[in-house]
Design a protein around this ligand. Structure first.
Ligand code: ATP
Ligand code: MG
Length: 394
């Protein structure tokens, strides 16, 4: 029989919370493997998944994207007796191509009478006897065959695959991600989820200045992100009336500053409405005029919510690398207008003054417009990479 063994990684550091972390990971794995014929068993050190052989590739693909998993391996299992172990080790070795090898035994089941070193010798000897061309190399072997003697069985494996790391999604309270169609914000959402935060997304759209294709792009990005979590609610805010008022009433170089202050005000209210504890966005220091430290101060001052900027200190090239890894890059570079790019002033204020921003904002009744925008939010649920969620919106 073969099983997948999952090791927890950073979970190991979580003293009293350990059970909560393990249970959350267990539920996340169960959710993601819903539809597969599997049995998942958890204990304090690892999780074991029994599966149908045909499903291995699909299950590995899913497992490799679940946060909270340090590494996983596909192991052969046999009963805790020396003859079974020997024949299983030979069976595994016979399927592999190598010249040099090493056996590493770990005996957590102390009732098993043969000590690790002795077992290494017995099993190594059996492999050498089966093929006289092979050699033991303890420093740099072609194959490192691991044998773990546990109470419930013996696990034999040779290839350990890295997991996604981080903490299981759901070990922190919910937060709201400001999701534009760009490269940065999906990456920011991915990194926040990696810290265990379940993320819902907010998209500000400005139809007819932005297109339905732009919305579709954001839905596609959400769908990509939903692979790493259970389900994402995408809240779509109609930003058109606010944006039009800003451009009608306010001085041109402050339009972006004020537009972003309005977005943050809406995020603040939506956070309360949806019981979210932080705002997450893709801002990166110095990237554009609204992301200088001076601009961030003026913009951030409209909310007391924690604003988490996972990319604050990342270079664009580093961000692009992650976006390729999580498969959002190709969607992000599709050329549809975002509300931030439709009315770009020629010289946006790089060092805006808060007094000027407040004075310009007082030229129109934004409170009412913000309340209207919140009352008319359109929400779609985006669930595990299925294809049909946005059909009814287009
Ligand atoms: P990205 O930063 O995602 O590549 P962008 O470069 O178009 O997109 P910026 O102008 O850099 O966006 O805005 C900084 C951040 O503000 C974005 O990363 C995103 O979190 C948020 N944001 C910008 N526009 C929108 C929008 N239309 N809806 C929701 N959030 C937005
Ligand atoms: Mg950006």
């Amino acid at each position: 029989m073969r099983v997948i063994l999952i090791k927890y990684g950073e979970l190991n550091t979580k003293g009293d919370n350990r059970n909560f972390f393990i249970n959350t990971l267990f539920n996340n794995i169960k959710n993601k493997l819903n539809g597969f014929d599997v049995i998942i068993i958890k204990d304090r050190a690892k999780m074991t998944i029994k599966f149908n052989d045909n499903d291995l590739e699909s299950i590995e693909d899913i497992i490799s994207k679940i946060f909270g998993i340090h590494s996983y391996t596909v192991a052969e299992v046999c009963s805790v007796d020396i003859d079974s172990i020997k024949s299983k080790v030979l069976e595994v070795a016979n399927k592999l191509e190598f010249n040099t090898f090493k056996i590493e035994t770990k005996r957590s089941n102390k009732n098993f009478p043969i000590h690790s070193m002795e077992l290494n010798n017995i099993l190594g000897g059996a492999i050498l006897k089966s093929n006289s061309n092979l050699k033991v190399d303890v420093h740099n072997p072609d194959i490192l065959l691991k044998v773990e003697i546990r109470n419930d069985g013996v696990y034999i494996y040779y290839k350990v695959c890295p997991g996604s790391g981080g903490y299981p999604v759901g070990t922190q309270p919910k937060a709201l991600l400001m999701l534009s169609g760009g490269i940065d914000s999906p990456v920011a959402g991915y990194l926040a989820m990696k810290r265990g935060i379940p993320v819902d997304a907010v998209y500000f759209e400005a139809i007819p200045h932005t297109s339905l294709e732009a919305r579709e792009k954001v839905v596609s990005l959400c769908r990509k992100l939903s692979v790493y979590t259970n389900c994402i609610n995408l809240h779509i805010v109609n930003f058109t009336p606010i944006q039009e008022e800003i451009y009608k009433n306010c001085r041109e170089d402050y339009c972006i500053t004020i537009m972003r202050r309005m977005m943050y005000r809406i995020m603040d209210k939506l956070s309360k409405k949806y019981k979210s504890l932080a705002i997450i966005n893709g801002e990166s220091i110095g990237q554009v005029a609204s992301q200088t430290l001076t601009s961030m101060n003026v913009i951030n001052s409209v909310t007391n919510m924690p604003v988490i900027r996972p990319l604050a200190c990342f270079d664009k090239l580093e961000i692009m690398d992650i976006s390729r890894k999580i498969d959002t890059y190709e969607i992000s570079i599709l050329p549809y207008e975002d509300c931030c790019t439709v009315f770009v002033p020629r010289h946006p204020a790089i060092n805006p003054k808060i007094g000027v921003a407040i004075k310009e904002e007082s030229l129109f009744d934004y409170d009412k417009l913000i309340d209207n925008a919140i009352d008319s939010v359109n929400t779609i649920k985006i669930d595990n990479a299925r294809d049909n969620e946005f059909d009814n919106l287009l």
